[in-house]
Design a protein around this ligand. Structure first.
Ligand SMILES: Cc1cc2nc3c(=O)[nH]c(=O)nc-3n(C[C@H](O)[C@H](O)[C@H](O)COP(=O)(O)OP(=O)(O)OC[C@H]3O[C@@H](n4cnc5c(N)ncnc54)[C@H](O)[C@@H]3O)c2cc1C
Length: 338
């Protein structure tokens, strides 16, 4: 019997598979999309996310990120990472690097849809395969989370994200978060000749409509070619628990707050490592508590920032306050970076 079946071959699924294979487990990944996978993503990795990549033996090419800047047209504040550098990496580059590491570690792949999941006391059946455990890494709208009754309704304001790559030499070695009244645009250098711009907003709409809130950015990228836009959302997804018997949720499937603090992949990798440790110790029931502990700081800070940003009077003061208190801003950034 397979030790660990993984549904979804995104960053969470591949990291789980690599950690699993490195722990001596027989691992099979079921992914329904073919080829190199792309996705709406800001593509900025915090220093702790890069540390996970090192542990996974994955070194995708990208641009070093030295910190985070907040800007609103009149104000600007910069914070430098104290615990190393982050990295901006295109999702396609990251996927190929993770895939290569997974194959080298001995992970097997079964292309297709995971389909219905059934389980008993001893095993899980899904995708025509039988395994001791199933890691559901099937993304933000995880069909497995819903089918197992683990999804929880979310009453918070809904937000969406849309990303575009612009062919231009990066003008910064930080992730720039530009704040406007109705949205945030964050700019991440991802290659010598490319920046990604991800716009987050509580209103839906095309990239150009959202970008009209950021005249400084429009001026900066005017006339430069760009790739197709990719969108995702609603971003906030809640799970009542990360486990149901022998099925464990990981990555966005485990629950997601928002892309504003660029933490999704770091949490996916951290969750993957914890999940594998729990399975290897045959203590899957410990995983939910470990996941909550591991993600608590991020969940509190991100939810707090998103909530503050949803009140217009507070929103307009976020960047001026950060500029007035740069040490506090740097402290918060480094809470998220470590
Ligand atoms: C606009 C935006 C900006 C972001 N910016 C950042 C950032 O700067 N930094 C950061 O760290 N994070 C960022 N994130 C978050 C990050 O993109 C996610 O946290 C990350 O992609 C989660 O990986 P995952 O593997 O859980 O999900 P995904 O990458 O969505 O992968 C899920 C996989 O499961 C597969 N799948 C789904 N259903 C099935 C099925 N039934 N059978 C088989 N396969 C299936 C899908 O095809 C997919 O490949 C951002 C997100 C958004 C939306």
């Amino acid at each position: 019997m397979i030790d660990l079946l993984v549904a979804g071959g995104g960053p969470a699924g591949l990291a789980t598979a690599i950690y699993g294979a490195n722990a001596g487990l027989d691992v099979v990944v079921v992914e329904r999309r073919r080829g190199t996978l792309d996705k709406a993503c800001g593509e900025g990795m915090m220093p702790h996310t890069v540390a996970h990549l090192d542990r996974l033996g994955v070194a995708p090419k990208g641009m070093a990120l030295r910190g985070i800047s907040y800007l609103d047209g009149e104000h600007r504040v910069d914070a430098t990472f104290r615990t190393g550098t982050g990295r901006g990496v295109r999702r396609t580059v990251l996927h190929e690097a993770l895939l290569h590491a997974a194959v080298s570690a001995g992970v097997r792949f079964a292309p297709g849809d995971i389909g219905e999941v059934r389980q008993d006391d001893h095993s899980v059946h899904a995708g025509g395969l039988q395994a001791r455990y199933l890691a559901a890494a099937d993304g933000l709208h995880s069909p497995i989370r819903t089918a197992l009754g683990l999804s929880q309704p979310c009453r918070d304001q809904r937000r969406w994200g849309i990303r575009r790559h612009v062919q231009i030499a990066p003008w910064t070695d930080r992730v720039e978060v530009h704040w406007a009244p109705g949205s945030e645009a964050y700019v991440t250098p991802v290659a010598d000749d490319c920046v990604g711009i991800a716009v987050l907003s509580s209103s839906r709409g095309g990239f150009d409509r959202h970008l009209s809130e950021f005249p400084g950015l429009i001026e900066r990228i005017h006339g430069h070619p760009h790739g197709p836009d990719r969108a995702a959302g609603p971003l906030r997804q809640k799970a009542r628990s990360r486990t149901a018997g022998r099925v464990l949720l990981v990555g966005d499937a485990a629950g997601y707050i928002d892309a504003l603090t660029g933490e999704g992949m770091g949490l996916a990798f951290g969750g993957a490592e914890a999940l594998v440790k729990c399975i290897a110790a045959q203590r899957p029931g410990d995983y939910d508590r470990q996941w909550r502990t591991l993600t608590r700081r991020y969940r509190l800070l991100t939810a707090g920032l998103v909530r503050a940003g949803s009140v217009s009077m507070i929103r307009s003061r976020i960047v001026p306050a950060a500029q007035a208190l740069p040490a506090v801003f740097a402290g918060v950034v480094n809470q998220l970076a470590a």
